[in-house]
Design a protein around this ligand. Structure first.
Ligand SMILES: C[S@@+](CC[C@H](N)C(=O)[O-])C[C@H]1O[C@@H](n2cnc3c(N)ncnc32)[C@H](O)[C@@H]1O
Length: 291
């Protein structure tokens, strides 16, 4: 089913102790403890025997309770002399992964349907904040949009540029700004920049410019208010978070207050559930559609 849709990056299994992802020719097992790892390896072997698909390499990644204990995945089986990179496809679009770049390989699979929706909206100008490796910008660019990708990490934006190139897209009409999204948004507003789609997918915690602490629970309204100031009429704004305290109901309730304050009429569209993610796995997401 995924292959037929041009997608080689998806979950193969999910459980309470972790999950298994197919990533092109490779597989990655994310696990909370050794018992879960052993169970997921056995599951992958069984699935492999039944489906006829055998991963070239298996990477494993420990899921710690604390963010500052996060480490890069390790190669568990396969050729250690190969570069720790891969190219996967999603709906025919190519994305580069790097298993040695840190805890995350470069593509958040739970955003698959939101990326597809962005492409279907065919926006003209897209602002992708907290852009990471710019997967949303690549989809928008493929659909003909001009994009502005913003992330604190220049390295991540460089990977975003490589993702554009992987899809044969030049950087013309695509800007990359390494900055704090909260600082940049008011500057964009003052410069008169306006967008018809805006991606807001911030981390739960981070340190922004000059060490400022970002906490999504506390600063969510600041972000939505600033985004509304650069939103064109009919702008689609993706609200997304991994913070377990902010489910789609809370995202709607809190962003509705922002829209009221900024005097913008809005409607909401829920994302359909992903076939390979059980309830409770993946980010909470919601589209806020400005009228
Ligand atoms: C959850 S990831 C975003 C994932 C991305 N939306 C995607 O689907 O691939 C969070 C990103 O936010 C960036 N970041 C953290 N704090 C930031 C800030 N204050 N301003 C801009 N980017 C920030 C991080 O460098 C990281 O790349």
């Amino acid at each position: 089913m995924f292959e037929a849709a041009g997608t080689t990056a998806h979950r193969l299994a999910s459980g309470s102790g972790g999950w298994v992802e197919r990533l092109g020719d490779d597989a990655m097992i994310s696990h909370k403890n050794d018992a879960a790892l052993a169970e997921l390896i056995t599951g992958l072997q069984k699935w492999s025997a039944e489906s006829g698909w055998t991963p070239v390499r298996i990477f494993t990644r420990f899921l710690p309770l604390k963010n500052d204990e996060r480490i890069s995945p390790i190669l568990r089986s396969g050729d250690a002399t190969l570069p720790p990179t891969a190219v996967v496809t999603e709906a025919g679009i190519r994305y580069g992964l790097d298993f040695a770049a840190g805890y995350s390989h470069g593509l958040f699979l739970d955003q698959r349907l939101n990326r597809a929706k962005l492409g279907m909206l065919r926006p003209k100008r897209v602002l992708n904040t907290f852009a990471y490796t710019c997967s949303f910008s690549v989809v928008a660019a493929r659909a003909g949009a001009e994009t502005l990708s913003v992330d604190l990490s220049r390295k991540s934006l460089d990977r975003g540029k490589q993702n554009l190139a992987l899809n044969g897209i030049t950087e013309t009409g695509h800007r990359f700004i390494a900055d704090d999204a909260l600082d940049l948004l008011p500057r964009l507003e003052n410069r008169g920049e306006r967008f018809d789609a805006i991606i807001l997918d911030p981390p739960t915690f981070s340190r922004g410019n000059s060490g400022r602490l970002w906490q999504v629970e506390q600063h969510f309204e600041d972000l939505v208010n600033a985004a509304l100031m650069v939103a064109m009429p009919k702008c689609a704004i993706l609200l997304s978070t991994n913070c377990t305290k902010l489910d789609p109901v809370a995202l709607e309730r809190r962003s509705r207050m922002c829209a009221k304050i900024k005097r913008r009429a809005v409607d909401y569209v829920r994302t359909a559930s992903l076939i390979d993610f059980p309830p409770g796995h993946g980010a909470s997401t919601l589209w806020m559609m400005v009228r």
